[in-house]
Design a protein around this ligand. Structure first.
Ligand code: SAM
Length: 225
């Protein structure tokens, strides 16, 4: 995916990147930070945490991309004190130059303890202890080839949309997600496609359609019963 990307300002004032040839953005144009917080943190992490208030959350993010979602989770844990082991995989890491065009240092200006730039510069394939209760490991890997010794509690399935990457929304990969989760584990995504919902149900998930973030009627959450 060595595509040319351009910089776009989204409606909540946070920026994202756009792959012009795919007509695909890394986040919703209605608000990159708003979408990350609403879809994944609120409807994924906080939902899971309510049911498991004393446990560490092992999170797998499919698609590190700009790192915004990982960073938003890091900032959230500073407030909520939820203990998180965060693994994020990415097949096509962005360069520091590309990441440098994003405005997240300014957007999260008050959070000077650990800036977005410092977050972006963390090395890959190493588990970083970013606080006593938060570890982050970024891994260069295709989801299709990804293997893990440990299971996860939450999967943030943040691939590009099905129109851009139809293969990644096939039942085979929903089944892989199911196998990567603990019982009670949560899969969550911005996607609301009927075929994805049916694939999730077919592999054994209990699926809910939830109201989506601004600009999107619905999103999906699935629980491994
Ligand atoms: C919607 S973007 C993710 C946005 C990201 N969560 C963020 O906060 O910036 C989708 C990401 O999935 C990555 N990707 C595409 N195909 C992949 C694959 N087969 N395995 C792993 N990552 C993939 C893309 O390179 C892109 O970075």
């Amino acid at each position: 995916m060595n595509f040319t990307k351009s910089w776009v300002l989204t409606k909540d004032g946070s920026s994202t990147l756009k792959i012009n040839s795919l007509k695909e953005t890394y986040h919703s144009l209605h608000g990159a930070v708003t979408e990350s917080e609403f879809v994944y943190v609120t409807n994924g992490l906080h939902f899971w945490h309510n049911a498991h208030p004393n446990s560490n959350a092992a999170i797998l993010e499919m698609g590190y991309g700009t790192g915004l979602l990982s960073y938003v989770n890091f900032l959230d844990h500073l407030k909520t004190q939820i203990k998180i082991d965060y693994t994020s995989i990415e097949a096509y890491p962005l360069s520091l130059k590309e990441l440098g065009r994003l405005n997240y240092n300014r957007f999260f200006e008050e959070k000077k303890s650990f800036s977005f730039t410092e977050f972006s510069e963390l090395t890959w394939e190493v588990a970083h202890q970013l606080s006593p209760i938060f570890t982050l490991q970024k891994q260069k890997s295709f989801f299709e080839e990804y293997k893990s010794k440990n299971l996860f509690d939450i999967i943030y399935y943040d691939a590009f949309g099905a129109h851009a990457q139809p293969d990644l929304w096939e039942i085979e990969w929903m089944e892989k997600c199911f196998d990567l989760l603990n019982y009670g584990g949560v899969w969550v995504s911005f996607c609301a496609k009927g075929s994805v919902r049916r694939a999730l149900q077919e592999v054994g998930f209990k699926v809910e359609r939830l109201p989506g973030p601004p600009g999107k009627r619905e999103m999906l959450r699935a629980v491994k019963p």
